[in-house]
Design a protein around this ligand. Structure first.
Ligand code: NAD
Length: 489
């Protein structure tokens, strides 16, 4: 029996004891996870520094702050999320209990990516714990320092059997994928996403795939370019462009292209100084393979800003490319690095057409003062999320579902969306054994009269809430009439 098989079996046995189900237990584990993040903040920040050259403050801002918030909301709202959810009744079910009961799925496999090694691995874990599941956590081997800290320290805080951490590369992940899970939550690229889905299909296991792709950013010529470019520069170059929802490329009219370049140049200097390479808050590409991949995307394009690099440090300067065409090399795959191409289009019509000719993106950004133009982009395109006049920030709004559509993924999480994603929403109908005569219409022989009654009960859409309100009103009127009659006359 392989180590992975053993771990999954142990998690399943622990789940079958029922220990992960009581809300008190779930809250306790969530609070322990919170304690892990705050008590071990230094270990986490050191690991991320080694993996991605992020400062302690940016690790807190982009990794652990969101996690803490996610845990706080789950602890506060868990009882409400896990409670039975009554649904609207019909004439047929007027006397019954009809509700949805969220219940745990079982053992969840969480496969994380390296670019935000803590956020994208532990946020699904928050949802898995809240929903009452066991979860096997597989951090990315690419962010090896973070993976090691997670493997060593997390078991000191969480139940070891229910929430084990398994480290390893492709072969270990593939061995995990051979096991039977009740849900697989994968974050990473879409090529591996397809392998995950294939493996899941063998056991009919449902999947959540948090993938990436090219997220477009349309800039309307009438927008305040200073503000727009400031927000775009931030969203693109944070974490050295290695953000799944980073604006991948800009679409704008030729008349504003040079001004866009100049505004972005100013922002790069403001955020990262004249020499980003020596600036401590500018990240590095995760490894040599990705460094070479990103550098090769520059081939054949005109560099307007940056373009310099240092392979020994996996450093690539914040780079902007101009006059890029849809057929250029840089437009064939997700960039996932600090390179921002500008593709010129004749206006919003061509921008919409350009977007719709490609895979559905994880995020779509539009900068415009014109509300009608924004609504039009929403109505005529599709993407995991749409943000107008900003970048990335929808990730922090935990009441919004986070996830992709089409090639950018399936399923969603964050807050209650994550809880629901990792729960089975069970349909519950509880009838009484009395009133048997009311059921006569369904029993043979099936006569025309019975069918008439069945049509009435099935098809008549009676608004019971309105009916109840009317009954209450009638009761109050009768009471008022009685009081007037008895005491005021
Ligand atoms: P990665 O290389 O860390 O791979 C992700 C996981 O897949 C790892 O745990 C790895 O062990 C596993 N894996 C890799 N190859 C495998 C194989 N052949 N078989 C089975 N498992 C395998 O990360 P990545 O894919 O380079 O991550 C970057 C991608 O992830 C980008 O496309 C990015 O947009 C996307 N991403 C999406 C989100 C989101 O929330 N939607 C978040 C972060 C990253």
């Amino acid at each position: 029996m392989s180590r992975e098989q053993l771990v999954v079996e142990r998690a399943r046995r622990a789940f079958q004891t029922g220990m992960s189900k009581p809300l008190k237990f779930r809250v306790h584990q969530l609070k322990n996870l919170h304690r892990f993040i705050t008590e071990r903040h230094k270990d986490i920040a050191d690991a991320v520094k080694k993996d991605l050259n992020k400062t302690e403050h940016s690790t807190e801002l982009f990794e652990t702050l969101g996690l803490e918030g996610e845990i706080d909301v789950a602890v506060e709202r868990l009882a409400e999320w896990a409670a039975p959810r009554p649904v609207e009744k019909s004439l047929l079910t007027i006397l019954d209990e009809v509700y949805i009961q969220p219940e745990p799925l079982g053992v969840v496999l969480i496969i994380g990516a390296w670019n935000y090694p803590w956020a994208v691995t532990l946020q699904p874990l928050v949802a898995a714990i809240a929903a009452g599941n066991a979860a096997v956590v597989k951090p990315s081997e690419v962010s090896s320092h973070s993976a090691k800290v997670m493997e060593e320290l997390l078991p000191l805080y969480l139940d070891k059997e229910l929430y084990p951490v398994v480290c390893g590369g492709v072969s270990e992940t593939q061995e995990l994928l051979r096991q039977r899970f009740d849900h697989i939550f994968y974050t990473g690229n879409s090529t591996v996403g397809k392998l995950v889905m294939e493996a899941a299909a063998r056991h009919l296991t449902p999947v959540t795939l948090e993938l990436g792709g090219k997220s477009p950013c349309y800039i309307d010529k009438d927008v305040d370019l200073r503000v727009a470019c400031r927000r775009i520069t931030w969203g693109k170059f944070v974490n050295c462009g290695q953000t799944c929802i980073a604006p991948d490329y800009i679409l704008c009219e030729p008349s504003i292209q040079n001004r866009v370049v100049e505004e972005i140049r100013k922002c790069i200097t403001e955020f990262y100084t004249d020499d980003p390479k020596t600036f401590e808050d500018y990240g590095r590409i995760i490894n040599q393979r990705h460094f070479q991949r990103v550098m090769s995307l520059l081939e054949g394009s005109t560099v307007a800003i940056g373009g310099d690099s240092d392979q020994s440090q996996c450093y690539i300067a914040p780079t902007v490319l101009k006059d890029v065409t849809g057929g250029s090399k840089v437009m064939q795959e997700e960039i996932f690095g600090p390179v921002l191409p500008i593709v010129t289009v004749s206006g919003v019509d061509e921008a919409i057409q350009f977007i719709n000719e490609r895979e559905k993106p994880l995020a779509l950004y539009v900068f415009s003062p014109d509300n009608k133009l924004i609504r039009r982009v929403i109505a005529e395109t599709s993407s995991g999320a749409l943000v107008a006049n900003d970048c990335l920030v929808h990730f922090t709004v935990n009441t919004l579902p986070f996830g992709g559509v089409g090639n950018s993924g399936m399923g969603r999480y964050h807050s209650q969306h994550g809880f629901d994603q990792l729960s089975h929403l069970r349909a519950c109908l509880i009838k009484k054994l009395n009133m048997e005569d009311a059921n006569a219409m369904r029993y043979p022989p099936h006569t025309a009269k019975k069918l008439g009654w069945a049509r009435f009960f099935f098809l008549k859409r009676v608004n019971l809430r309105r009916l109840r309100r009317m009954a209450l009103l009638a009761l109050l009127s009768a009471l008022a009439a009685f009081i007037v009659q008895r005491y005021l006359r």
